[in-house]
Design a protein around this ligand. Sequence first.
Ligand code: FAD
Length: 390
Amino acid sequence: MQADNPRHLTIIGAGLAGALLATLLARRGWQVDVHEKRSDPRERDLERGRSINLALAERGRHALRQADADDAVMAQAVMMRGRMVHFADGRTDLQRYGRDDSEVIWSVHRGELNQVLLDIAERAGAKVHFHQRLDRVDFDRRIAFFGDERDDSQREVQFQTLVGADGAGSVLRGAMAAETGTEGRTDFLDHSYKELEIPPAADGSFRMEANALHIWPRGRYMCIALPNDESTFTVTLFLPNQADPDAGVPGFDTIRTGAEARALFEREFPDASRLIPELERDFDHNPTGILGTLYLDRWHLDDRAVLVGDAAHAMVPFHGQGMNCAFEDCVALAEHLDRTPDRAAAFAAFQAERLPNARAIQHMALENYLEMRDRVDDDDYLLQRELERR
Ligand code: FAD
């Protein structure tokens, strides 16, 4: 029985962090069960759905290499050499991230990445249980209660330790807070986002420079686009929740329909507008996403539960480091668990190592928001960057 195995762990969430952590631990000889509320994404592969992509940086790749996952992930990654800034007057400028192609970041498809990581986790010996939504936890009896959305059935699972890789809205975090009284705080940004898509050209090629992260900075709002390996771009429009008409700033309260979004694009992002034939449909159909930073001072409950990734430190996406940081957590946690059989001590050491790093990255992500929307088209700033580069 799993509860008798001194090296057994129960992970909640088979997203990016959950699947990578399961691999790292299974490869070290741990018995790992992962409970994921959604269905197996590999079974939904044919109806591929929307492409959502993420910027993968060296921090994340380093973690992927520890799980021998880097080659499979990089097989579908698109290199981004720098930011391609689209100015309001129609000019464009590529601001390179480094001196050459050894200093770049990569665009990866979130769904494909998750599938690769699930394959690798199962091959390493982890068991992934889909349709298992954590609902509540009895920490005294070490029982986790799961529900299955397909038939409303309930399941009780005995655990030694729960690892919360269940994302920004973590149910496990909520259950831990009920025990400890340390809730944490989420500061929501007064901006939200909407995803749109640029399809391939008629000949199947990319419709813009493929090897760049495109940005249309417009002061208090902006648009970005990242390439996908199927020659599409995922476009993300970031707008304030409330418009400031006096300053000429639109918001999601004034841009409510696809037709209004098209008019905004025609006015502010005309070169992008021409490339998004289904803009109205995408805008009306796709959800509006909210953004926030989670400040949590305690990531574990003695030896019974610990949090990783967004469950511990969700951040705004403007530095492109949430996943990269979550991957680093996984490597650190696996290493701390290797060092001592005392799980509470391992979790405390893990938190001591990772919390300051996560805080620093959260701060940089908020700063980068101001830089991306306000400063990348600022001539003085560009001159300063140019001088720094020389
Ligand atoms: P998630 O990926 O959210 O996975 C959580 C998993 O837990 C999911 O599979 C979910 O179904 C499951 N789950 C949730 N609740 C339960 C439950 N009760 N029971 C069981 N399972 C449950 N990061 C980057 O590094 N680069 C980027 O370019 C980047 N861009 C981003 C753009 C946007 C618009 C956003 C919103 C985020 C972006 N991020 C980026 C951040 C990145 O998406 C997250 O940091 C990353 O997904 C965190 O991984 P995770 O495994 O902790 O959480």
